[in-house]
Design a protein around this ligand. Structure first.
Ligand code: TPP
Ligand code: MG
Length: 370
């Protein structure tokens, strides 16, 4: 493949395109499909909770499930991930419990970050998933540095940095990829080109014909993939991961997809792109993979109904349980931050506890500041 062609394995009607043979077993294929349905189910539940005022903020990833699950299937348990905020499916594939993701959006006692991060800005040390960066692109150089450390230590682990089309205009994209190319570090740069960066369309983001071709300048392979085709994503990420793991250095992957929903729960895309997203309703990655599985006799309407019901019940039960929990304790401000809390902070904490309840509480009805 070149950086301007697009790798596709499943066509719109679920038929295979080209000479494709998958190394995935029927059970693995079904698990991938279920993860895509789970990702969509989680998104729908969380958006509804935000609309009901029960959580402050959410970032939906509707329509980008293939890009997320296809990549997540490849990466191994010890690999390091620097995700973007729009990829719960990858995290699910990496074994992050649904409960931990929902808890982050509540920021209460169940949240492993004790409400100190923005909603949807997950951080899961156990799975080597580094805290999601809000500033666009900053994690790209951090991922490059992690991969450099992996190279120096001679491990078989690799790193993956995930970002959007907008992220490719950041300074850190250029410094990260340049360094990675020179030092041949085992890093995958995975760009979900969903064609929008909030209200900026891809034509205004870059004058390049494709994003994948930017790899040429940094001396690494650049591959353009149909990001709504889960098997194409899996194949491209797997090949790039094998190359990185065997000492062959980094790759840039451009996964072509579309941001069907708003940028976040604070955005109204009809103000800048009209009804353009409607065209993409028929190019649904879940529907396409479902048609593929049905052709292989691996999926039925009955299984679909069961899977949808299962995820709905799972989300509802978790929300019910998490929503009841109290806010993190004030003392948790220091948890996991210092080995020894410095004296001036102890002093400030003492003052905070003494004056707690004296009119410093946040206004529960205040709008979420985003
Ligand atoms: C350095 C920086 N500039 C601007 C922003 C505001 N901002 C948040 S998300 C976003 C768009 C990012 O678009 P893209 O990289 O395509 O990812 P997508 O949201 O489409 O997944 C912008 C401009 C930011 N967070 N950081
Ligand atoms: Mg984008």
């Amino acid at each position: 493949m070149t950086a301007t062609e697009m790798l596709q394995i499943i066509g719109e009607s679920g038929q295979t395109v080209g000479d494709h043979e998958t190394d995935l077993t029927p059970d693995e294929l079904v698990a991938m499909y279920e993860a895509m349905v789970r990702t969509r189910g989680l998104d729908e539940r969380m958006i509804n909770l935000q609309r009901q005022g029960r959580i402050g903020f959410y970032v939906p990833s509707t329509g980008e499930e293939a890009a997320q699950v296809g990549s997540g299937t490849v990466l191994l348990k010890d690999d390091w991930l620097y995700p973007s905020y729009r990829m719960p499916g990858t995290l699910l594939m990496r074994g992050v419990p649904l409960r931990d993701m929902i808890a982050n959006c509540y920021g209460n006692e169940a949240d492993n970050c004790f409400g100190r991060q923005m909603p949807v800005h997950y951080s899961f040390a156990k799975q080597n998933i580094v805290s999601i960066s809000s500033p666009i692109g900053t994690h790209i150089i951090q991922a490059t540095g992690t991969a450099m450390a992996q190279k120096l230590r001679g491990t078989k682990e690799i790193t993956a940095a995930f970002f959007g089309d907008g992220g490719t205009s950041s300074n850190d994209f250029h410094s990260g990829l340049n360094f990675a190319g020179v030092w041949k570090v085992p890093c995958l740069f995975i760009c979900s080109n969903n064609q929008w960066a909030i209200s900026v369309p891809i034509e205004k983001q870059t004058a390049s014909e494709t994003l994948a071709q930017k790899a040429v300048a940094y001396g690494m392979p650049g591959v353009r993939v149909d990001g709504n085709d889960v098997l194409a994503v899996y194949k491209a990420v797997k090949e790039a991961a094998e190359l990185a793991r065997s000492g062959g250095g980094p790759s840039l992957l451009e996964l072509m997809t579309y941001r069907r929903g708003p940028h976040s729960s604070s955005d109204d895309p009809t103000r800048y792109r009209g009804n353009q997203a409607d065209e993409w309703l028929t190019r649904d990655p879940i529907l396409r993979f479902r048609k593929y599985l049905e052709r292989q006799d691996l999926w039925t309407d009955k299984k679909e109904k069961e899977a949808t019901e299962r995820i709905k019940n799972e989300c509802n039960a978790l929300v019910k349980e998490i929503e009841k929990l109290p806010n993190p304790t004030t003392e948790s401000l220091f948890t996991d931050v210092y080995a020894n809390v410095p004296p001036h902070l102890r002093e400030q904490y003492k003052h905070l506890v003494e004056t707690e309840g004296e009119g410093h509480e946040p206004d529960p009805d205040a709008a979420f500041p985003l």
